[in-house]
Ligand binder design. Structure first.
Ligand code: ZN
Length: 201
């Protein structure tokens, strides 16, 4: 099982980090060991002083596919939820400045947090996602604002990576990313429904 992630898929988040709006999807991977087991807290790693939350709409792939045409993309989705793509922003900035891969800043243990799954079939549409930190909304967005809609994302990534049953696609984060601290409580919502609760240690 693999985790494919999209960077900079909301214009407002691309610009908040000072990045150009991309002309094709920015794609990176996390290893399966990045998945935080359900009900465990997220433990801030000792080697970072700036772990950021990124709330994202996450879809699960239900069947094998390669070179998927956009019009068939939704039929490859078998469930959806919200997830958090935890990012060590300090390490990522250092690696980016050196022109090096981001993996350590994005794929470390516990960096992929998943909410409760909403099983498919999922009707094509747009979905609102949000994140509260200690009861205050810090990120909110809708997949209607994607630079690259789901059809294009699946078509694009499947040109490079064969999609397999159980693979996950993190679809990018809206503006409002920010640091987490020990003791914070995070709550992720999809369509206003709470699917993810997480304590930071
Ligand atoms: Zn992300």
């Amino acid at each position: 099982m693999k985790i494919l992630c999209i960077g900079r898929n909301y214009r407002d988040h691309a610009t908040e980090l000072g990045n150009a709006v991309p002309t094709e999807p920015v794609v990176f991977c996390k290893p399966d060991s990045a998945i935080l087991q359900p009900r465990l807290p997220f433990v801030i790693p000792s080697w970072s002083q700036d772990i950021h939350h990124e709330i994202e709409w996450v879809v699960r792939i239900g069947r094998v596919g390669k070179f998927i045409e956009p019009e068939f993309a939704w039929s490859y989705v078998d469930a959806m939820t919200v997830g958090i793509d935890f990012t060590a922003r300090d390490l990522q900035a250092k690696l980016k400045s050196q022109g090096l891969p981001w993996e350590k800043a994005k794929g470390f243990d516990g960096s992929a947090v998943l909410g409760a799954w909403i099983p498919g079939p999922i009707e094509p549409g747009h979905f609102a996602i949000s994140l509260e930190k200690n009861g205050i909304e810090v990120q909110a967005g809708t997949t209607a604002d994607f630079i690259f809609p789901l059809e294009q994302l699946i078509a694009h990534v499947s040109q490079y990576f064969t999609l397999k049953t159980g693979d996950l696609l993190f679809t990018g984060t809206p503006a409002g990313v920010g640091p987490v601290s020990r003791g914070d409580e995070l709550e992720g919502k999809l369509g206003g429904k709470s699917l993810l609760r997480l304590r930071i240690r």
